[in-house]
Design a protein around this ligand. Structure first.
Ligand code: HEC
Ligand code: HEC
Length: 379
């Protein structure tokens, strides 16, 4: 039997091994402290009705300040329904205390949103921007752009495709960082309570940004700025951030990685009628499959896909590049099963595939494990 073991030496580009480590050098003394959130100007420019209506801009800005406070004093507006559920405007403990292990997170010393905003300004804003727009002064120099939280789309979660991360997912991601990108691991530099507070603040920035985007996109000059509609967007966005626990993907029992399983994973990977990974990741797994580039709508030239945020993105080189969203087999399982939010990498769980012998079935957990084992064998 042919074993799919690849000799990777010499084929990995030098760039792939360069690690970007600046970014956790401590607070940026030059960072100016802004006291107000900035409006999402790029989104506003996309809606001429709003861009050309100064009064509507002011109304939007007011509604946002009323709901989320300022950078100096960030908070959540507590709607009547929420008050009964013990909603805390300075933190948001709603629906998450059970799974978090309050002690482990330093619950007692957990900073307020205002304290976390100050820490964020010193440590994170240079890349992510003060208001979380992914537009800090360092952003343009980075190949993989810092996340713009305002889309509410996050990649490193163990949850079903499209779910908003749980607080604990953000905490873990901040502690570990994202390998192979400029996103540092903060575990060695900050206390557990500080990280928990930063996760609170990132969540506020995301919820504020999502609410703002909805209001901007839906604005039209005929109806004008509608305060009730704005409340509705806010409520909807907050609801999206609840209940992540039900979306957790449980990979179940991991079978043993036998040569037969790896070979089956390889055939699923390489067959376009199978899982079809080859289309993007290429025959050798270097991320250079025929679908890794798409024709430019204007020139017809092959160009990379654009991601959720409009930045070019390439399929991962599975042989040479570090895995960004977790090295454990369970992480890979979840990535293949659910895809990667905000990128062209699709969810494969349940996909209808044709085996080489012509039989058709949906990709089940066993198949996904076989793909995991094959990907591991490439590395
Ligand atoms: C040197 C630049 C840099 C600094 C400083 C930085 N980040 Fe990031 N961050 C990034 C990049 C780049 C990504 C995107 C990685 C990717 O998409 O694979 C990212 C991604 C993220 C994400 C999204 C994770 C996901 O699952 O999608 C969050 C949240 C985040 N950073 C929070 C923070 C916080 C909080 C701080 C400060 C404590 C911080 N970052 C500091 C560069 C940085
Ligand atoms: C339509 C194109 C496309 C297809 C099909 C596709 N991928 Fe991906 N894949 C991507 C892109 C793009 C990324 C990089 C995402 C990023 O950097 O955020 C990626 C990233 C990955 C990663 C890296 C995860 C990490 O933690 O860094 C793995 C593993 C992966 N893909 C495996 C697969 C497997 C296995 C299949 C088939 C079952 C597959 N992909 C099918 C586009 C694709």
């Amino acid at each position: 039997m042919k074993l799919p073991i690849k000799i990777a030496a010499g084929v990995c580009s030098l760039a792939a091994t360069l690690l970007l480590l600046d970014g956790c050098r401590g607070p940026d003394p030059a960072a100016p402290r802004h006291s107000h959130f900035e409006l999402n100007e790029a989104e506003i420019a996309g809606n001429p009705d709003l861009a050309e209506d100064p009064e509507a801009r002011i109304a939007l800005s007011r509604a946002l300040t009323e709901t989320f406070g300022s950078l100096a004093v960030p908070r959540y507006l507590v709607l009547d329904d929420w008050r009964r559920q013990g909603f805390d405007p300075n933190r948001w403990p709603m629906g998450e205390s059970a799974e978090e292990g309050a002690e482990a997170l330093g619950e007692e010393q957990r900073p307020s949103l205002a304290e976390s905003a100050a820490l964020y300004a010193g440590r994170c804003a240079r890349c992510h921007g003060f208001s979380g727009g992914g537009n800090g002064p360092m952003a343009a120099r980075l190949d993989t752009r810092p996340r713009d939280y305002r889309h509410g789309v996050f990649k490193k979660t163990p949850l079903a495709h499209g779910s908003r991360p749980r607080h604990e997912d953000l905490v873990r991601m901040l502690a570990d960082g994202i390998s192979g990108t400029a996103m540092p691991s903060w575990g060695p530099h900050l206390t557990v309570a500080e990280i928990a507070g930063l996760a609170d603040f990132v969540r506020l920035l995301a919820i504020r940004g999502e609410t703002e985007r909805m209001a901007i996109i839906d604005y039209d000059a005929f109806d004008g700025f509608d305060q009730d509609a704005f409340r509705g967007y806010y409520e909807l966005v907050v609801t999206r951030w609840l209940g992540g626990g039900e979306q957790l993907i449980l990979p179940g029992h991991r079978p043993e990685a036998t040569p037969e399983r790896i070979a089956h994973g390889e055939s699923l990977f390489l067959d376009p009628r199978g899982a079809g990974c080859v289309r993007c990741h290429g025959r050798e797994g270097h991320g250079d499959g025929e679908a890794s580039l798409v024709p430019d709508p204007l020139t017809g030239e092959p160009v990379p896909f654009l991601d959720e945020w409009g930045n070019p993105i390439r399929p991962r080189d599975l042989v040479c590049s570090p895995l960004r969203f977790g090295e454990r087999p369970e992480d890979l399982f979840r990535r293949i099963h659910e895809g990667i939010n905000g990128t062209p990498m699709p969810a494969h769980g349940g996909l209808l595939v044709t085996e080489p012998d012509g039989t058709r079935h949906s990709l089940n957990d066993e198949d996904i494990w076989d793909l995991v084992f094959y990907v591991q064998s490439l590395r």
